[in-house]
Design a protein around this ligand. Structure first.
Ligand code: ZN
Ligand code: MN
Length: 440
């Protein structure tokens, strides 16, 4: 029997606003010197404290929604999602239920369109630390993270392979970094990936009757590996004529295995109801217009356009920048290169291979043309002239020569630099290297 995977994804992203979602506390849990220093009655969940929504966090949610091709709910609201856990002092999380800020978007992948059903805004929880104090096992709570703005992006089950899941997650990460609304560092938990994985028979078009939620995945590579190992595990169960249990599973990277965390036999009842302390939010045309004005050109269209306008390959140049401001800097560089009749593709290559000295995003974009010319134009130098200079350089640097002979081969870069300095011209590294080796 052959099976095909049906995968949906849920991604949580912490926004890097200066303050938290519903209070004025500093939003900086990772740099905090001590636990529980960025707290107040609101984010500690003390009775009677009143939340006030962070306007910037809503702006950024709308921005992301637009970048993900979503529609916007002109009337939106926050809701209480009730559950008990020690890192959630109020006993409920302020989230969004039936009226998320954004809905009906998509990201295109090479294997098809992945529809995004909703993008909503909520608050992060505190953090539990399991440790030993005075020989006793204890769990401590740090509320520095409690109330940090958190965006949740949920897809339809439109993903059919682990590689497509990886591509989706990477593209989402690129868009978030491009908008500069989160550092999205997965090791710090600023971007958290969850995949719902189930299998159906290859010829079936019905939805599977169970789903397994994969959590604790902190890199794109692990996402792919976790899904693959989970697919394997589910096939083994299905082959035995059984149905995999509906549950939440974590991923152990060392064993490359998923493991059961908790069973989820029925959908949990969170008793959602509208948050009475925050009035519903009207997104006016004027508000949305201002957001659209700030929205940069779509990152993927821009990469395609660059390919046409400046002959730079997307798969290379996309490794050079993250934010749209950095992309603006690169674009200015490419414009200048084109004006000077120079090859931007080659420049991208040199920067990626660290073969050109450039202060990325700091140098004046106009300066790059000169830097490129100085460091790449190869001039005519005779072998005899070169040999003479190499001899002189080796004589002037006996220590370096000695180190080189002892096997410290990196010294050759230094000697090469010295040769160029004396020569005041650019020659190929390999050529100089050969002469140095012979002279030795
Ligand atoms: Zn607070
Ligand atoms: Mn959530």
């Amino acid at each position: 029997m052959r099976y095909k995977p049906i995968i949906g994804m849920e991604v949580h992203v912490e926004l890097k606003t200066l303050s938290k979602m519903f209070c004025g506390c500093k939003n900086d849990p990772f740099e905090a010197k001590k636990p529980n220093i960025y707290t107040c009655p609101v984010c500690l969940g003390l009775p009677g404290a009143l939340p006030v929504a962070n306007k910037k966090a809503i702006d950024w949610t709308l921005k992301l929604g637009l970048a993900l091709n979503c529609q916007i709910n002109y009337l939106s609201k926050f809701d209480r999602k009730h559950y008990f856990y020690p890192d959630l002092p109020k006993g409920y999380q302020i989230s969004q239920y039936d009226l998320p800020f954004c809905y009906n978007g998509f990201i295109k992948t090479n294997d098809g369109v992945v529809r995004i059903c909703r993008v909503h805004l909520e608050e992060d929880t505190g953090k539990l630390i399991h440790t030993t104090v005075n020989g006793e096992k204890v769990s401590l709570v740090d509320f520095n993270r409690s109330g940090v703005p958190l965006i949740e992006i949920v897809t339809e089950p439109d993903i059919y392979s682990s590689s497509q899941a990886k591509e989706y997650a990477k593209k989402l990460y690129q868009i978030i970094r491009y908008l500069d609304i989160s550092e999205a560092d997965m090791e710090k938990g600023q971007m958290r990936l969850e995949a719902n994985v189930s299998l159906i028979k290859e010829d079936s078009c019905q939805l599977p009757e169970y789903k397994v939620e994969l959590k604790n995945i902190n890199s794109f590579r692990f996402l792919e590996k976790a899904i693959n190992s989970e697919i394997k595990r589910q096939i083994e169960i299905l082959e035995k004529g059984k149905t995999p249990a509906q549950e939440t599973r974590g991923y152990n990277a060392e064993k490359n295995q998923t493991f059961s965390q908790r069973s989820k036999e029925e959908a949990q009842d969170y008793r959602y109801f509208p948050e009475p302390d925050i009035p519903p939010i009207k997104i006016t045309n004027q508000w949305l217009k201002a957001i659209k004005k700030e929205l940069p050109e779509d990152i993927f269209s821009r990469l395609l356009r660059w390919q046409k306008d400046y002959q730079v390959r997307s798969e290379f140049v996309e490794n050079l920048f993250e934010t749209s401001l950095q992309a603006d800097w690169l674009e200015k560089v490419f414009q200048n290169m084109r004006k000077a009749g120079l090859d931007s593709g080659k420049l991208v290559n040199l920067i990626l291979h660290k073969k050109i000295k450039v202060n990325l995003f700091q140098d004046q974009p106009e300066k790059l043309v000169d830097i490129f010319k100085k460091q790449t134009v190869i001039e005519d130098v005779s072998d005899d002239q070169l040999k003479g200079i190499v001899k002189q350089v080796l004589k002037e640097n006996p220590k370096a020569v000695e180190d080189y002979k002892k096997g410290k081969t990196t010294v050759i870069n230094f000697l090469y630099g010295q040769v160029l300095r004396v020569l005041k011209k650019k020659v190929e590294f390999e050529r100089v290297k050969k002469i140095i080796e012979k002279t030795n």
